[in-house]
Structures are given as structure tokens and as C-alpha cells.
Design a protein. Structure first.
Length: 509
């Protein structure tokens, strides 16, 4: 192009010579203009070439960054961690290290509440908080520096993070760090005027004791994390016994989810009786699983699994629906009886529990006082403040509350003074041998005295013999359930059973 303009300029020279003197200034101006345009075009072409080269280089630079960093938080990703470990373990294959797997719990609720884009901001901020907590932990692997601050956190994707620790001959260093992160990082975060709460749980594996490959260490750290987050007080560190959890139980997890939707569950009921008048005061329901190949499974076979796998809340919702529907059926038949449902620790931590209960009670036109919720003492171990707060909200709703397995916990009296419960249930381990054991008699007597002083009702669980019933009555306990009155039977037959019981036992009173 430049050659063409130059040729044109040369061609204009002879024309100027042939032209008259009068036209010479005009032709000269044209030549100058052409030369200026030529210079501009040359510079423009050079600039375009530079931009093209820059644009070709820029995607490669971005690709290099995002291949090693998470696109939401900007922190190093699993691939970056793997690269660092490959180099580190080549240099020090005999060194002892620890892997901390961190996971944010309750993040699904944050996502639903704030939306996807806002929850990503929260996730990035939590990652920043974790890394801030690690800045004084020199034993943690440093990936890079940003503004002279070390980056020691790896974002594995989703809500999972990892820290690689040079634990050397101090394996408990990982547990100390995990405890510190779990306690210090989860402070409420304010976003758009909302206080966002979350929890952080850790699982730990040690290299090379628990594995020599990153994926193997991560899988086992995840098992440790599951056990730690569901069974509070248990160590975050992996042990070989956790491996048995994975195979058979993982299959059962998926089967249990299907069981809820495919009608494989059934409710059984065991009546609670006034031992003096023989009036049926309530019926406690138990869920059974009619497994296609394992047969009828009792709650002890799968409820713990339901809690660990996160299926317990939908399972409880199904039980509550069936129980409240039965209360409505009893009302129509002019049969008065409460239905008691067991609530787990995970259920108490669900904020929507109150709303769902209100909807069910309204749907079946059932009074809240006709429903009893039984909560075990252990339910308060995970988050005492939130659990007690939920109990108070349930009390304000109007449902009857009972503390189950009372006397087996470590802080029974401390909880009992704070909780808005109307009844305590004496565990069957004390009741079964009540007429044979002085120790059990003393414990049961003490529980009844405490309950009486706090103006609470007492329910004795596991009454199987008439002699035990008479002893409980003398001790001041009037309410019981057990084989002496009835074994558990299908809830669908409760109305018929109740009518027959009343005909046999209450006409004479």
C-alpha cells in the first residue's frame, strides 16, 4: 500500500512540471497531503499489528491463570495443588505432611436466600477469611504471594478447600489448626443488610500414613469430615474404621432416598397410657423401612445413616405429614389422642421446620396441642443455642414437647432448666430392671423428683411387667408405654385399636 502511494506522489511531480505556474501551488498541496496520509496509514498498520499480537498473547495469559486458579474465588485450584505436591514430594518423599479438607456447611441455604451471584461473593469472601487465618501458619504450603501476602489455601471447587501442612513430627498440629479454623472463621457476614451464617468443618489425613496420592488422601479426608460434622466431638482425623462406611452404606443412602418417594416406608405406633385410669394419652410413631431385599428394617438400622447422608429432614417431613394426617382421622372418628414424633438434631437446625409444621397443621385442620415432638438430649450437642432457640419457637407454636431418653446425657439438669418442655421420658435402660436394681430405682426416683419440682410430666419407657408398673405408680409416675400395654403396630390400625381399647378399659371407670 505504501509503495502505491509513493508511486502516485512521484507521478504527480511531472504533472506539476507540465502544468502552468498558476496550478503549481495546488499540486504541491496535494502531494503534501498524500504524503501525510501515507505516513498515517503506515503508522496505523503498525499499531494494528501490535494489537493483533497482544490479543493473541492475552488469551494464553488468561488461560494460564484460570487453568491454575478457581474462577469464582481466584484461589489456587486442585491442579495447582497437584503440581506443587509433585515437586515437593520428589524433594522430600520421606517427610510427613497433613492434608486438611475444609467444607462450608449450610451453603445451599445461602444460595437459595441470596441467589447465585451473591452467594459467589460470599464464597469468595469466606475463602479470603480462611486464607487470612492461615497467614501466620508458616508450616502451610505457600502457593504464591499477592501484595506480599502468602496464599496458602486451595479451592477444590464448590464449597470445598484444602490446606497442605508440613506437620513433621507434630501430627496434632493439623488438629490444632482445624479447630482454630472451625472456631474463628465462621463469623456472621453482612451482605445487603442480611446476616449470613455458615459453619466450617474439617477432615484430616496424614501423608504417607493414610495414602501417598492426592486423590486418595482427599477421599479419606472427606470420610473423616463426614464423621466429624455429623458426630460432634469425634476427631477430624481419618482412621481405617471409616472405610467400612463407604461401600454398603453408600448403596443404602441412595436406596433410602428412593424409599421416601416410592412408598417403601411405613409408620408403626406404640400407645402411651395413664397407668391409673388406663386412658390412652398418646401414640409414639416409629418409622419402618420395607426394603425390597432386606425385609422390614427397624429405625436403628437406618436412622443414623439418614442423619449422616442428609436424608433425615425429608424423612422427618414425611413422618410429620403421616402423623398429623392420622390425628385428623382420629378427630373425625371422635377419638382423642395425641401423636408423638421423634425429631433429630438435624431437624432442629432447619429454620423452615416451623413453617412446614404450620402448613401441615393448617392443611389437616389439626390443633398444635395434639402433636407431641420428642427430642433427645444429644440433639443439643451440635449447636445448643440454635437448638434451644428452635425449641422455644416450637413451644410458642403450641406443640407439646418432651425430652427423650432423659438421664442418659451429661448435662440433663442444665438443659432441663432452659427448655420449654412439658414432659421428660425416662429411658428404658432404667425402667426394664426397675424392680430388680436399687441403682435404677434411685436414678428413676431422682428423675421423677426433679420433674415434679419443675412441674413436668414423666413418661416411663419400656414397661413390660405389672410389678414395674406398680412401682412406678408408687414413685409418682403415672404415664408409661411398653409391651405391657401394646407392642408397636401399623399406624393405619390405630383408630380401630384405640376404639377397642377404650371399650375394654375405660367403660368401668
Amino acid at each position: 500500500m505504501a509503495c502505491r502511494w509513493f508511486s502516485l506522489a512521484l507521478f504527480c511531480g511531472p504533472l506539476a512540471a507540465d502544468a502552468g505556474v498558476e496550478s503549481l501551488p495546488v499540486i504541491s498541496v496535494l502531494v503534501v497531503l498524500l504524503l501525510v496520509v501515507l505516513s498515517y496509514v503506515v503508522k496505523l498498520r503498525a499499531t494494528v499489528n501490535k494489537l493483533r499480537k497482544a490479543n493473541r498473547a492475552k488469551p494464553k495469559s488468561l488461560l494460564g491463570f484460570y487453568s491454575l486458579h478457581d474462577d469464582i474465588s481466584g484461589f489456587p485450584n486442585k491442579f495447582f495443588l497437584q503440581q506443587q505436591l509433585d515437586e515437593l514430594l520428589k524433594r522430600a518423599p520421606q517427610q510427613h505432611f497433613s492434608l486438611l479438607l475444609l467444607k462450608i456447611s449450610q451453603f445451599d441455604e445461602i444460595n437459595e436466600l441470596l441467589g447465585h451471584s451473591n452467594s459467589n461473593l460470599v464464597l469468595a469472601q469466606i475463602a479470603y477469611r480462611i486464607n487470612e487465618q492461615l497467614k501466620t501458619t508458616d508450616k502451610a504450603l505457600t502457593f504464591e504471594f499477592r501484595q506480599q501476602l502468602p496464599v496458602r489455601l486451595c479451592h477444590l471447587g464448590g464449597v470445598s478447600f484444602a490446606v497442605w501442612l508440613d506437620s513433621g513430627d507434630q501430627p496434632h498440629l493439623a488438629e490444632y489448626l482445624a479447630d482454630s479454623l472451625e472456631k474463628c472463621v465462621p463469623e456472621p457476614m453482612i451482605l445487603h443488610g442480611c446476616a449470613v451464617d455458615y459453619q466450617l468443618h474439617c477432615g484430616i489425613t496424614h501423608y504417607p500414613v493414610h495414602g501417598t496420592q492426592l486423590n486418595e488422601l482427599l477421599e479419606r479426608a472427606y470420610l473423616a469430615l463426614q464423621h466429624h460434622s455429623t458426630l460432634q466431638g469425634h476427631s477430624q482425623v481419618f482412621n481405617a474404621g471409616m472405610l467400612s462406611y463407604s461401600s454398603d452404606k453408600l448403596i443404602m443412602m441412595s436406596e433410602l432416598r428412593r424409599a421416601i418417594t416410592e412408598g417403601q416406608l411405613a409408620l408403626y405406633v406404640q400407645p402411651q397410657v395413664d397407668m391409673r385410669t388406663k386412658e390412652v394419652l398418646a401414640g409414639e410413631v416409629y418409622v419402618r423401612w420395607r426394603h425390597p431385599s432386606r425385609g422390614l428394617m427397624t429405625p436403628s438400622s437406618f436412622l443414623a445413616l439418614a442423619e449422616e447422608s442428609g436424608v433425615i429432614y425429608p424423612l422427618t417431613q414425611w413422618v410429620l405429614n403421616e402423623a398429623i394426617a392420622m390425628i385428623a382421622t382420629l378427630d373425625k372418628a371422635k377419638l382423642v389422642s395425641k401423636i408423638a414424633v421423634n425429631i433429630s438434631s438435624k431437624d432442629l437446625l432447619q429454620d423452615e421446620l416451623i413453617d412446614s409444621l404450620e402448613l401441615l397443621l393448617e392443611k389437616y385442620n389439626v390443633k398444635p396441642q395434639q402433636l407431641m415432638l420428642e427430642i433427645k438430649e444429644g440433639a443439643f450437642a451440635a449447636d445448643p443455642d440454635k437448638s434451644i432457640s428452635m425449641m422455644r419457637r416450637l413451644h410458642r407454636l403450641g406443640v407439646v414437647l418432651a425430652l427423650d431418653d432423659f438421664g442418659t446425657g451429661l448435662s440433663s439438669l442444665a438443659h432441663l432448666r432452659q427448655l420449654p418442655v412439658q414432659h421428660v421420658k425416662v429411658d428404658c435402660s432404667f425402667i426394664g430392671d426397675l424392680h430388680k436394681s436399687d441403682t435404677h430405682t434411685a436414678i428413676t426416683n431422682a428423675i421423677i423428683d426433679v420433674a415434679r419440682n419443675l412441674e413436668l410430666g414423666v413418661i416411663a419407657e419400656g414397661v413390660e411387667e405389672l410389678e414395674v408398673e406398680q412401682k412406678l405408680l408408687r414413685m409418682g409416675c403415672n404415664r408409661a408405654q411398653g409391651f405391657l400395654y401394646s407392642r408397636p403396630f401399623e399406624l393405619s390400625g390405630f383408630a380401630v385399636w384405640l376404639k377397642q381399647w377404650q371399650e375394654r378399659h375405660t367403660k368401668g371407670h
